[in-house]
Design a protein around this ligand. Structure first.
Ligand SMILES: Cc1ncc(COP(=O)(O)O)c(C=O)c1O
Length: 464
């Protein structure tokens, strides 16, 4: 005896609405009946024409739903016989049928926020005509055989870009395309780099999260890197991650003398140096300082150095493209082997688009626009005058506050549609954490920045 009441046997008691596709609603309705035991294994479901008539939908809609349920294993369709609930319906499917419905995806995209978190936002590069042209061109050209290390066109274009904008001398054969700095780190770790890692304190929280399965040994760089303080890492750390060109979040640049001392120390201590050179090509600093990668090459030091770069800060995380460079050494070959077994980090067609954008000079022009915008942002900061706790360096504004005030500012700004980063997130939990908010102030036009700083001043006055 079917458990389904006679009155609803032909319509299955399914009520349809206009919020989701009709076949999906029929599928969910039948799964629920099975879950509640109202349709049992072996029992027939109504003929598709009949059910369609009862529900007021086309027969094709019901057939689509039945076909999906047959693929999922709920229904058994038989030649010239009624479709039935599969008599051998596995217990696992019965359990799945009982599982709560997946959360519905909101149809309307969330409100667009002013995103001032470093590494996010910026003027919308996807609307840059040069980038759009590069995309279209990439779709017109066969990307050729997929190379897991990166398409030759992309590797050559990136090496050229580094030569022109960073003064780096990179053999494209030593360069592997990644999906960003964090992907570069993961590739290195999978290539035999085991053991604890020394990390800057403060530093970019995203990198620290990407290494959360490692023992991390923080070293203080709040007043610059002091090589003397690195002795703590000797005999303990396998590698050290540094951002010599643009320390996060304070934006300081490591002087050449410190770079040389760091490389000499690492060579003697047998510690691998990971140079995170994010957005250095932009040369927002007044003077260009050679990379650790180039210095190590010219000093002919026996040091293992892996250079990690990304386009996610110069372009957008939506493009998620980066690279690692290792000139031979312990990891050059190992990383190539691992990447070959993993397959390409990003789609070859995206690599072609990025290569086209670099070759057309699009990124160079974007960087020039970014420099102009940084100057305009600096002018706004000067015009707004003193904000209590404001530390202004490089491409970020840091406003130091108490922990409570930082939380209040962050949440009240969010309520006003402005997203900023937390200074404390950059600090290791077990150190003397500093609190406040961090803003990549040149992410927005001067007029928007003026408004944001006005809001911060107003909120600051309110909290005082
Ligand atoms: C120090 C540092 N490294 C790397 C990145 C970018 O990382 P990814 O390429 O993984 O997005 C950022 C972004 O702000 C950063 O601040």
């Amino acid at each position: 005896m079917p458990a389904l009441p006679r009155s609803t046997r032909e319509s299955l008691g399914i009520a349809l609405d206009h919020d989701s596709p009709l076949p999906d609603q029929i599928v969910t309705g039948i799964r629920d009946l099975v879950a509640r035991g109202e349709l049992r294994p072996g029992e027939p479901v109504p003929a598709s024409r009949k059910l369609a008539g009862h529900l007021g939908v086309s027969r094709g809609t019901v057939e689509t739903a039945y076909a999906q349920l047959a693929v999922e294993g709920y229904l058994l369709t038989r030649e010239r016989s009624a479709t039935i609930v599969d008599p051998d319906l596995p217990a696992a499917l019965l359990r799945r049928a009982q599982a709560p419905a997946p959360p519905t995806v909101p149809r309307r995209p969330p409100r667009r926020l002013i995103d001032l978190r470093p590494g996010h936002g910026g003027d919308d590069p996807l609307r840059d005509p040069a980038f759009r042209r590069a995309w279209r061109d990439a779709l017109d050209v066969d990307p050729g055989t997929t190379d897991p290390l990166g398409q030759p066109g992309a590797r050559w274009a990136i090496a050229d870009h580094l030569r022109l904008l960073r003064g780096m001398s990179v053999d494209p054969h030593d360069l592997i395309v990644t999906s960003g700095s964090r992907d570069g780190l993961r590739l290195l770790f999978a290539s035999g780099l085991t053991g604890p890692i020394g990390v800057e304190n403060p530093g970019f929280p995203g990198l620290r999260l990407a290494m959360s399965d490692r023992e991390l040994i923080p070293f203080d760089v709040s007043t610059g890197l002091d090589i003397g303080r690195l002795s703590d890492l000797e005999g303990r750390a396998a590698a050290i991650v540094v951002t010599p060109n643009h320390q996060f979040p304070h934006g300081t640049t490591m002087p050449v003398s410190t770079r040389i001392a760091l490389l000499t120390w690492a060579a003697e201590a047998g510690i691998v140096v990971i140079e995170d050179d994010y957005d250095s090509e932009a040369r927002f600093q007044r003077t260009a300082v050679p990379t650790l990668f180039d210095l190590a090459g010219s000093m002919e030091l026996d040091v293992d150095l892996v250079h990690i770069g990304t386009f996610s800060t110069l372009l957008t995380t939506a493009v998620s493209t980066g690279y690692v460079v290792a000139r031979g050494g312990r990891f050059g070959t190992a990383m190539a082997e691992v990447r070959s077994s993993w397959g390409p980090a990003i789609a070859p067609v995206l690599q072609s688009a990025v290569a086209g954008y670099l070759e057309s000079g699009g990124l160079r022009r974007r960087i020039a626009r970014g420099r102009r915008r940084l100057r305009a942002a600096e002018a706004v900061v000067a015009e707004v005058g003193t904000l209590p706790g404001l530390v202004h360096e490089g491409r970020t504004l840091v406003i130091e506050t108490s922990a409570r005030e930082a939380r209040r500012l962050q949440s009240e700004l969010l309520e006003r549609g402005i997203r900023v980063a937390s200074l404390a997130d950059g600090w290791s939990g077990d150190s003397a954490v500093r609190h406040g908010i961090v803003l990549a102030h040149s992410n927005v036009e001067a007029s928007v920045l003026r408004r944001v700083l006005g809001e911060i001043r107003e909120l600051g006055d309110g909290g005082a």
